[in-house]
Ligand binder design. Sequence first.
Ligand SMILES: [Zn+2]
Length: 259
Amino acid sequence: MSEQILILGSGNAFFTDGRAHACYMAQWPDPSSSGTIRMLVDYGASSLMRMNQEKIAPSTIQSLFLTHFHGDHIVGLPFLLIHFKYIDRRKEPFWILGPAGVEQAVTDLLEQMYPGMELDFPLYFKELKASESTSFMGASIEPRPVTHRPESVALRLSFPSGKLFAFSGDAAMDDLLVQALEDSDLSIVELSIESQPDPDHPTVAHVSLQELMEQRDRIRTGRLVVSHIYNDLASQVEKVNSDRPGFAEPAFDGLVLSL
Ligand SMILES: [Zn+2]
């Protein structure tokens, strides 16, 4: 079983072109058994539907990492939790990792969507400090701060092999993002717009294609995939990539990336 990332959702908040909300699944061999560890990363409104389409059984997932608490990255989580309760009758623990505030954010969301819901499996939260590395099920996880929401972090996930996967979450194109991706073997970076409304004073806390073209050479990664996109932007990325090999590859729902 190889270390890999499955892109369950490559779209933005608006489901533009029918792309699903942000959701990724990382998997790696369990060093303590012959099994597989699976960790979801972000979980938008469409994520449980996408897992069903890809025939990923929720019962095979041990954990979820959240980069920030915007709806298109978190709002599907109550559906997963009630699937564990009512469909899987789960007994195994489930871990939710994320920046400070993740437990409150998830608890509040569940209470809004399913008031009084009692979960009868062990649900554990791990609030991670930015720029500190934590061992987790044979891998190592380090959140790095990025510019988007106050809680926002990027994820740096070191697999048991030592290969490093970096995911931007949502982020502005700045020094923090460059540092969050440094020395990775594979990066997935959000790309949301063509250009900033005022290129001299970027105000939208998302990466634009124009900024990525200007700053691509600063990003030290083995392979760069852009996500959180729509079809026309993906075509533009392919065009740039054919002129500038290694620039970036556009994501799509269902894309599997092996490390
Ligand atoms: Zn966001």
